[in-house]
Design a protein around this ligand. Structure first.
Ligand SMILES: *Cc1c(COP(=O)(O)O)cnc(C)c1O
Length: 352
């Protein structure tokens, strides 16, 4: 069998949850398991957190229903809300909590014939300008929901654009805009993503929404010893050769050896989600020892630098995990860890 394996350490996931919960001042916290739990497997991750999380967050109704069908009973927030009015019937049946972020979602929710009153998360656009009601439209939207007997509770939610860049003033401005409007509106609030939990203790009130850091990766980049990487993506050296000086490797012949070089062929490529933009020099770890990519990443395989003096055929190659942080690979590829984790495919998922 092809040796590409994503080891998912569920004990790390649990430890990260508890570490984040503490950073969040012990407040309520959603485990964000959208996009198949950032590539880690939504059902398995939700099951592993079911006795400690206060609820889960997903993007959309199909992700929420998948968790319910797997037996998850905690609250589930749909962060994008619904895309068609019929979805509210499923939200009703499965007791899901939709985000309402625009007038159409609000009006169709209030027009729906609910069997049970629904808990709504009403989104404010405090400055990110993607979704949510503008501050001056927020209180009327809140009142329309709060006054309806179809609505059980309204939780006030907003999202930060720059919480991972604490040098910028934007997060403080967003918090201020949110607080100004919400001061006179009763009920719970939800502000913090992972980065805000780490950098903005004033967001500790209400429901935290922990995503990337839950998977052990710092949204600030680099390595943060408070978190334990959950995914360890590994493969093997399945070919080995020594090339003389001046020999090209791979597509485009973009890399040429500048000395006699021992090269390993690794079963992992961009069809597995490894970024093709990761150029020569991107770190990998061979039997736990750091090395690097040589030449271009192909669809199904890539080439790496081996120790000149050792035969390493069959050796384990960590693409990211404990020795190589996925943030390093993301930086080398000009992207973010979120994208790399979500993109993992064709790897055998092993839960441990
Ligand atoms: C994805 C998402 C989160 C989680 O963000 P992280 O940076 O991964 O912690 C929180 N809130 C909303 C609205 C999101 O879409």
């Amino acid at each position: 069998m092809r040796p590409l394996v994503a080891h998912i350490r569920l004990n790390h996931l649990r430890d990260n949850f508890l570490a984040l919960k503490q950073m969040h001042g012990g407040g309520k916290m959603l485990a964000v398991v959208k996009a198949n739990a950032y590539g880690h497997g939504a059902v398995r991750c939700a099951q592993a957190l079911a006795d400690m999380a206060d609820g889960f967050a997903v993007a959309c109704i199909s992700e929420a229903v998948q968790l319910r069908e797997a037996g998850i009973q905690l609250p589930i927030v749909m962060l994008e809300g619904v895309f068609a009015a019929e979805e509210y019937a499923l939200a009703d049946r499965y007791q899901l909590w939709p985000v309402v972020g625009n007038l159409w979602q609000l009006e169709t929710l209030l027009a729906h014939d609910w069997q049970k009153p629904v808990t709504v998360w009403l989104k404010m656009d405090s400055g990110m300008h993607r979704t949510g009601f503008f501050p001056h439209d927020y209180a009327p939207a809140y009142q329309a929901l709060a006054q309806s007997d179809k609505v059980a509770d309204v939780v006030k939610i907003t999202h930060f654009a720059c919480a991972d860049e604490p040098m910028k003033t934007m997060t403080a401005e967003q918090i201020h805009a949110f607080e100004m409007v919400c001061a006179n509106l009763p009920g719970e609030v939800s502000l913090a993503n992972s980065a805000a939990m780490m950098a903005y203790p004033q967001t500790q009130c209400g429901w935290g929404r922990a995503g990337l850091a839950l998977y052990g990766i710092s949204p600030m980049g680099g390595t943060d010893s408070r978190f334990k990487p959950v995914m360890r993506l590994v493969s093997k050296v399945f070919g080995e050769r020594v090339l003389q000086m001046g020999e090209p490797i791979g597509y485009g012949a973009s890399f040429v050896t500048n000395r006699s070089t021992r090269v390993g062929l690794v079963a992992c490529g961009y069809a597995d989600g490894y970024p093709r933009r990761a150029a020569t020099g991107t770190p990998v770890a061979i039997n736990g020892v750091r090395s690097n990519v040589l030449g271009r990443v192909s669809m199904d395989m890539m080439t790496v630098q081996l120790d000149d003096h050792r035969q390493l055929l069959g050796s384990e190659v960590e693409l990211w995990g404990d020795v190589v942080n996925v943030n390093e690979v993301a930086a080398a590829a000009g992207t973010i860890a979120y994208e790399l984790l979500c993109n993992v495919k064709r790897a055998e998922m092993v839960y441990e």
